[in-house]
Design a protein around this ligand. Structure first.
Ligand code: COA
Length: 194
């Protein structure tokens, strides 16, 4: 069980601390149709998954995405209810991870689950020994940008952004997070016995 006094439950219950189970688990294909139904229009589909996939999404899309061995799909469940989906794209050569295709169930948005999903994915990436995490966001997606900023991501330098955007179908806002800092914080928390 996970004790929560910030994030989703904080927002829902205005400061009340209580026990709640929030789990990051591996993706299971049984959930594909549900997640595919979450983007409510073509614009949101593009913000979620890029412009190359057709709307509405289909469960088969997940098979294609997951056929890439670098793609690690995850689910976030709160009290056994599916609330979010996201992928870790692991680059084992550069020791970098890109968090991608993050989406929260429509009825669960604005409650902190997006930030919780990102935190859990970062924590798993850090424990795998990776050094940097990236996200790319459609510039108009202010909610996603705010969500990543709140977790600690910051926009990369414009020269890097220009380089990353070469050969992309559209320009993205690129943000990064130093996973080594997260590991240091975890280490000092462990050493302090917390
Ligand atoms: C982007 C997404 C994953 C965020 O998940 P979420 O659970 O709604 O996000 P959170 O509640 O954790 O955080 C959202 C933040 O944006 C803020 N926000 C909400 N509406 C906003 C707006 N119009 N402008 C600016 N910020 C806004 C919230 O207040 C919150 O910030 P706060 O914690 O400082 O109050 C979710 O909205 C989603 O699934 N969108 C569709 C798919 C998508 O765009 N994925 C991102 C791909 S990069």
């Amino acid at each position: 069980m996970y004790t929560v006094n910030q994030g989703p439950q904080y927002k829902l219950l205005m400061g009340t601390t209580f026990m709640c189970s929030v789990e990051l688990t591996a993706f299971h294909f049984d959930h594909a149709a549900t997640i595919a139904s979450w983007p409510h229009d073509r614009q949101e589909m593009t913000a979620w998954a890029g412009s190359s996939d057709t709307y509405p999404a289909t469960p088969e899309l997940f098979r294609r995405w997951h056929s890439d061995p670098g793609v690690h799909p995850k689910l976030l469940q709160s009290n056994a209810e599916l609330v979010a989906y996201g992928e870790m794209w692991m680059d084992s050569v550069e020791r970098e991870v890109e968090l991608a295709r993050l989406i929260v169930a429509p009825q669960s948005r604005g409650k902190g689950f997006g930030q919780l999903l990102v935190r859990r994915l970062l924590s798993q990436s850090a424990s795998s020994g990776y050094s940097n995490a990236f996200v790319r966001v459609v510039p108009s997606n202010v909610i996603a940008i705010r969500c990543y900023q709140r977790v600690g991501f910051s926009r990369v330098q414009s020269s890097d952004e220009n380089e990353f955007n070469q050969n992309q179908p559209r320009p993205y806002v690129w943000m990064s997070y130093d996973l080594r800092l997260l590991r240091q914080m975890d280490d000092s928390a462990t050493n302090n016995g917390s």
